[in-house]
Design a protein around this ligand. Structure first.
Ligand code: PEP
Length: 253
């Protein structure tokens, strides 16, 4: 089965309106000439979403949120943004359970699982982030940590949730550190995740896109994307530099 290749840019809390506009202009110009065989996705801060949507008109680049509320509908949830609101401003994807959300904002596996469900009910494709810390890797706990993170979603939503989701394996020690996982290290965990899903539904597992995230750069993207279970990347720092992000995109496309 050929899986969808996705190159997602997580801008985190970076940029201004002017910088965002320059970045999007460079990306739309670069992508239209590259003969895309993969999808490029931009996940700017919430407040820039409508502007970025307008600048992307006529391009093949998709739009996504960096997070969403675990609550649905409307209500007294100050500061929160719902999946329906993200859809309303043109998003088709949303990052869920990024390690920064888990570590800095206390998102538990249960909250992350609720967000995956909220995203899907709103018609968004969640990008479920999983990954171990350096301490956990050194203690030989990579598989048990990742397995618990995936299992929380299976328990809450069933394996069917993975038919309409993307997984991003992001070892915490590789995010923003310049210390990229080797293609072999990443492939091992990607194959493990696919195997977990396959144990419940082989067809869903075969179609599941699993992205790698953690210091992906133009220079290392090709070797990572050459691995059999790596279906693209979730890119932080390098997604803010048009030439670098386009090089990563071309390595997948
Ligand atoms: C990320 O933000 O998900 C990420 C992987 O960041 P970086 O590419 O900068 O390591």
């Amino acid at each position: 089965m050929t899986r969808k290749k996705l190159i997602a840019g997580n801008w985190k809390m970076n940029g201004s309106l002017r910088e965002s506009r320059e970045l999007v202009a460079a990306l739309t110009a670069g992508v239209s000439t590259s003969g895309a065989n993969a999808t490029m996705l931009l996940c700017p801060p919430f407040v820039y979403l409508p502007a970025v949507r307008d600048w992307l008109q006529g391009s093949s680049i998709a739009l996504g949120g960096q997070d969403l509320a675990d609550k649905e509908g409307v209500g007294a949830y100050t500061g929160e943004v719902s999946g329906a609101m993200l859809r309303d401003v043109g998003c088709s994807y949303v990052i869920v359970g990024h390690s920064e959300r888990r570590a800095l904002y206390g998102e538990t596996d249960a909250v992350v699982a609720a967000k995956v469900q909220a995203a899907q009910r709103a018609g968004l494709t969640p990008i479920l982030c999983v990954g171990e810390t350096l301490e956990q890797r050194e203690a030989g706990q990579t598989r048990s940590v990742v397995s618990a993170q995936v299992a929380a979603v299976v328990e809450a939503a069933g394996v069917r949730a993975f038919a309409e989701a993307v997984v991003a394996y992001e070892p915490v020690w590789a995010i923003g550190t310049g210390r990229t996982a080797t293609p072999e290290q990443a492939q091992e965990v990607h194959a493990f995740i696919r195997g977990m899903v396959a144990a419940r539904d082989a067809t869903i597992a075969a179609g599941l896109s699993i992205l790698y995230g953690g210091s992906v750069k133009g220079a290392n993207a090709r070797n990572l994307f050459a691995m059999g279970d790596i279906d693209g990347g979730l890119v932080g720092g390098a997604s803010l530099v048009a030439a670098e992000f386009l090089e990563i995109f071309r390595a997948a496309a």
